[in-house]
Ligand binder design. Structure first.
Ligand SMILES: CC(C)(COP(=O)(O)OP(=O)(O)OC[C@H]1O[C@@H](n2cnc3c(N)ncnc32)[C@H](O)[C@@H]1OP(=O)(O)O)[C@@H](O)C(=O)NCCC(=O)NCCS
Length: 212
């Protein structure tokens, strides 16, 4: 990250505004702008720093860092991969109030919001969202493009498959494996390994429907 640089946030919705706030709290960019396709349907003044549609990223490639602020895991993955293959520099944003163990690993394209905790030995792969006050305990592996929603608590040694979305306030007990694209509803308590592409609800959580 470079203090004299611009940050381009792709996605100007609610999540994008939290990403903006996170970047401002870190204080590492002197200019923060948004690209979003809603630019084409709204007045240019609707969002002060919304400067164009997503396809305009090429204009900023040589002078800015990028972060993708889109909640949809698959869409975020696709955009991050396109940016990376176009040699854009992908940032990583960690709010100053988050605790990130020095013995953890956080990949590029990850955002970690206020009061989140990533404990020792944990690994957060590319493009994940660790949302407000979520906790990821020791030795967890959060695979790429997951969204760990606000207030989620993941106990030690859990492996979360890529593209998973754990809903607000859900909990996961220790040393289990969540398969790719596991989704949990608000408040669910996951007590065993999951099957891929399934939504889990309740306490203890059970699969209620397939996601594909
Ligand atoms: C699970 C979820 C995705 C389901 O959304 P949906 O498909 O629109 O479901 P609906 O709201 O139509 O509800 C369908 C049924 O599931 C129940 N239900 C919904 N969410 C539930 C939850 N978290 N736990 C238990 N039951 C739930 C509803 O009460 C409803 O029951 P009914 O059929 O008996 O009336 C959603 O409720 C949820 O929990 N989202 C998480 C949101 C979140 O984490 N946001 C964070 C953003 S940063």
């Amino acid at each position: 990250m470079n203090k004299n640089k611009t940050l381009v946030i792709i996605g100007a919705g609610g999540h994008g505004r939290v990403v903006e706030d996170c970047a401002e709290s870190i204080g590492c960019y002197n200019n923060i702008i948004f690209l979003d396709d809603c630019f084409e349907n709204t007045s240019p003044n609707a969002q002060k720093n919304l400067v164009g549609p997503i396809k305009n990223w090429h204009q900023y490639r040589d002078t800015a860092d990028f972060i993708v602020a889109i909640g949809n895991n698959k869409l975020r993955a696709s955009l991050l991969q396109q940016l990376a293959s176009d040699s854009c520099f992908i940032s990583t944003l960690i709010h100053p109030t988050a605790f990130i163990s020095k013995k953890s690993k956080v990949a590029s394209g990850v955002v970690i919001f206020a009061n989140a905790v990533v404990n020792t030995g944990a690994r957060i792969d590319e493009g994940c969202i660790i949302n407000t006050a979520a906790t990821v305990d020791h030795d967890c592996h959060i695979q790429a493009y997951c969204h760990i929603s606000p207030g989620v608590n993941i106990a030690g040694g859990v492996n979360v498959g890529q593209f998973s979305w754990l809903g607000i306030g859900s909990s996961v007990i220790e040393y289990i494996t969540l398969a790719e694209n596991t989704q949990s509803g608000a408040g669910a308590v996951i007590t065993g390994s999951t099957q891929s592409n399934k939504l889990y609800l309740g306490v203890p959580a059970t699969p209620v429907r397939s996601l594909i």
